[in-house]
Design a protein around this ligand. Structure first.
Ligand SMILES: Cc1cc2nc3c(=O)[nH]c(=O)nc-3n(C[C@H](O)[C@H](O)[C@H](O)COP(=O)(O)OP(=O)(O)OC[C@H]3O[C@@H](n4cnc5c(N)ncnc54)[C@H](O)[C@@H]3O)c2cc1C
Ligand code: SF4
Length: 498
C-alpha cells in the first residue's frame, strides 16, 4: 500500500466510497456503499490534520483514537491501525457502517469546520476492520487465565455482546440469553441489510462463540426462565434487553388491517433476508409488494421502513413527518438515499385519522352479528393527513408543530407503518422482580459510570437504560459495565477509564 504524507486536506478533496446507483440498489438488500480501494483509503486518511486536540475523538462515544489509526492507514500500516482501532471498539466495522457520523466524529472534524470537508472517518474505520477480517487478524479472545465466576447477560444486542467480549477476555464464564433465534439484537432483526449486511453481524456472533461465550437462544427471560433463576445461576447479571414497546397513535381506526408496527415489519423483512419462512410476509400482511405505503415518523426507523418498502416492490412510498426536513431526527444522509430511491417525503404533515373500508370477511362477520364473535377491524383505505406549521419553540427548544385548520386531505394507502419510536417494557412487572428500580420514563435506573442497578450484582446497559439510542452508546455501556462487573466479582474497585 502506498505511503501518504498527512495534512493533505488542502490539495486532496473529500471522497466517500462509491455508492451503487439507486436503480440497482433498490432491487436488493445489499449494502449500498462499496469498499474503498487500498490506495483511496490511504489517500483519504492522509487528509487528517492530526490536530492537537482531536474533537472527532472527544465526540466519539468510545473516544476512539481516530488520528492515530488514520495516520497508520495513510502510512500503509494497516495491521497496526486495526490494533489501535479495536482497542477501544468491539465492533469497529459495524460502527463504521451505521454510526450517524455527521452528528458524532465527522460532524466535529476540524477541517470540516474550515470548509474542506470532513475526513471520511466512518468509511476508513470500516475499511480497516473489513481488511483485518480478510487478512485473518481478527482472532477470538484467548484469556490468559480462566476464572470460575459466571456472568449471565440477558439480551444479545450490541450492549450485551460488547460486555461479553470484555468479560471473556478477562477469563470470566459468560452466558448470554436471548429470546430470538439469532444473536445481534437490532443489528440482526432491526437494521436492514442495505445498511448492515447480516454476514457482518453473524461473523461477530461466531467470533464471540469461538471466544467461549455461551449463547442460550430462543429463551425469553420472564417466560421460559425466570429472572430470579438467572440470578441464582450466575455471580452477576447484566440486563441488556433494549426497548421494544412501540409508541402508538390514538386515532380512529388505529387497529385497521394494514396498519402495522415498524419493528414487526422490519423483523419480518430481515427474517426473509435470512431465508426464513415468515407467514405474515407470505400472506401479504408485512409485505409492501404492489402497495401504496405510508410510513409515519421521521427517525432512523422510519427511514429504514421506507427504503425496505421500496426494495419489496411497493407501488409508492410516502413518509409523513410533522416537522420539516431540517428538524427531523433521522440522518440527512439516509433521507437523501431514500429520495434517490424514490421515496416521497411529505413534510409538516401528520395522520389525523385512518379511514378504513369494510372487507368481505368483515362484512360477513358484521352481518352475522353473532354475540361473542370478535369484531373484525376494517382494512385501511386512506390516511387523513393534517397539515402542520412550526410554531414557537417548546421546552426542549425545538419548534412545536401546530395544526393548520381546514387543510386536511385524504391520502390513499394499502399499508401504513407506524415508526413513532420505542418505549421500555415494564420489566420489574414483566419479570416479577421487587426492588429493581426504574426511572419515570420506565427505563432501568443504573449508575451512569458503574451501570449498577438498585439490585446487588445486577447491572444494566444500552437502550433499556438510555431509552432508544445508538449502537455506539450501547457498545460503550457494555464495555464499561464489563469493567465494573469484573471489579464487583474480584473485589477490586474498577471503573472504566473515560
Ligand atoms: C430500525 C432501527 C434502526 C436503527 N438504526 C440505527 C443506526 O443506523 N445506527 C445506530 O447507531 N443505531 C441505530 N438504531 C438503534 C440501535 O439499534 C440501538 O440503540 C441498539 O441496538 C441498542 O442496543 P441494546 O443492546 O441496548 O439493545 P438491542 O439491540 O435492542 O438488543 C436487545 C436484545 O435483548 C433481547 N431481549 C429483550 N427482552 C428479552 C427477554 N425478556 N429475554 C431474552 N432476551 C430479551 C432482544 O431479543 C434483543 O436481541 C436503530 C434502531 C432501530 C429500531
Ligand atoms: S465509533 Fe462511530 S463515532 Fe466513533 S469514530 Fe467510529 S464512526 Fe465515528
Amino acid at each position: 500500500m502506498a505511503t501518504q504524507k498527512m495534512l493533505t486536506f488542502v490539495s486532496t478533496p473529500r471522497e466517500t466510497p462509491e455508492k451503487r446507483p439507486a436503480i440497482e440498489r433498490s432491487e436488493d438488500f445489499h449494502e449500498i456503499y462499496r469498499e474503498f480501494a487500498d490506495a483511496k483509503a490511504a489517500e483519504q486518511a492522509s487528509r487528517c490534520s492530526q490536530c492537537g486536540v482531536p474533537y472527532c475523538q472527544s465526540h466519539c462515544p468510545l473516544h476512539n483514537n481516530i488520528p492515530d489509526w488514520l495516520r497508520l492507514t495513510a502510512e500503509g500500516r494497516l495491521e497496526e491501525a486495526y490494533r489501535v482501532s479495536q482497542a477501544t471498539n468491539t465492533f469497529p466495522e459495524i460502527c463504521g457502517r451505521i454510526c450517524p457520523q455527521d452528528r458524532l466524529c465527522e460532524g466535529n472534524c476540524v477541517i470540516e469546520q474550515s470548509g474542506h470537508g470532513t475526513v471520511t472517518i466512518g468509511s476508513i474505520e470500516k475499511y480497516i476492520t473489513d481488511t483485518a477480517w480478510e487478512m485473518g487478524w481478527v482472532r477470538p479472545a484467548a484469556p490468559v487465565m480462566e476464572r470460575s465466576e459466571t456472568v449471565g447477560i440477558i439480551g444479545a444486542g450490541p450492549g450485551g455482546l460488547a460486555a461479553a467480549d470484555m468479560l471473556r477476555r478477562q477469563g470470566f464464564q459468560v452466558t448470554i440469553y436471548d429470546r430470538y433465534d439469532r444473536a445481534g439484537g437490532l443489528l440482526t432483526y432491526g437494521i436492514p441489510g442495505f445498511k448492515l449486511e447480516k454476514d457482518v453481524v453473524l461473523r461477530r456472533n461466531k467470533w464471540l462463540a469461538d471466544s467461549g461465550v455461551e449463547f442460550v437462544l430462543n429463551c425469553n427471560v420472564g417466560e421460559d426462565v425466570s429472572f430470579d433463576a438467572i440470578r441464582g445461576r450466575h455471580d452477576a447479571v447484566l440486563i441488556a434487553t433494549g426497548v421494544y414497546k412501540t409508541r402508538d397513535l390514538n386515532l380512529d381506526n388505529a387497529d385497521a388491517g394494514g396498519v402495522v408496527r415498524a419493528i414487526d415489519y422490519l423483523t419480518a423483512s430481515n427474517k426473509v433476508d435470512f431465508g426464513d419462512e415468515v407467514p405474515d410476509y407470505d400472506d401479504g400482511e408485512l409485505n409492501a409488494r404492489g402497495k401504496r405505503v405510508i410510513v409515519i415518523g421521521g427517525g432512523d426507523t422510519a427511514m429504514d421502513c421506507v427504503r425496505t418498502a421500496i426494495r419489496q416492490g411497493a407501488q409508492s412510498v410516502k413518509c409523513l413527518y410533522r416537522r420539516d426536513r431540517a428538524n427531523m431526527p433521522g440522518s440527512q444522509r439516509e433521507v437523501q438515499n431514500a429520495e434517490e430511491e424514490g421515496v416521497e417525503f411529505v413534510w409538516m404533515s401528520a395522520p389525523g385519522s385512518f379511514v378504513g373500508h369494510v372487507t368481505g370477511v368483515a362484512m360477513q362477520a358484521q352481518e352475522a352479528d353473532v354475540d361473542g364473535l370478535p369484531q373484525i377491524a376494517p382494512q385501511i383505505a386512506n390516511v387523513r393527513v393534517q397539515k402542520m406549521r412550526l410554531g414557537a419553540p417548546d421546552v426542549t427548544g425545538r419548534q412545536a408543530p401546530e395544526l393548520i385548520e381546514g387543510a386536511d386531505y385524504d391520502e390513499p394507502a394499502d399499508l401504513v407503518i407506524k415508526a413513532l419510536g420505542f418505549e421500555p417494557e415494564d420489566l420489574p412487572k414483566l419479570w416479577g422482580v421487587d426492588g429493581l428500580e426504574v426511572t419515570r420514563w420506565g427505563t432501568i435506573k443504573a449508575n451512569f459510570q458503574t451501570h449498577q442497578t438498585s439490585l446487588p450484582g445486577v447491572f444494566a446497559v444500552g437502550d433499556i437504560v438510555r431509552g432508544a439510542s445508538l449502537v455506539v452508546w450501547a457498545i460503550r455501556d457494555g464495555r464499561e459495565a464489563a469493567e465494573s462487573i469484573a471489579g464487583y466479582l474480584t473485589g477490586e474497585a474498577r471503573v472504566a477509564a473515560e
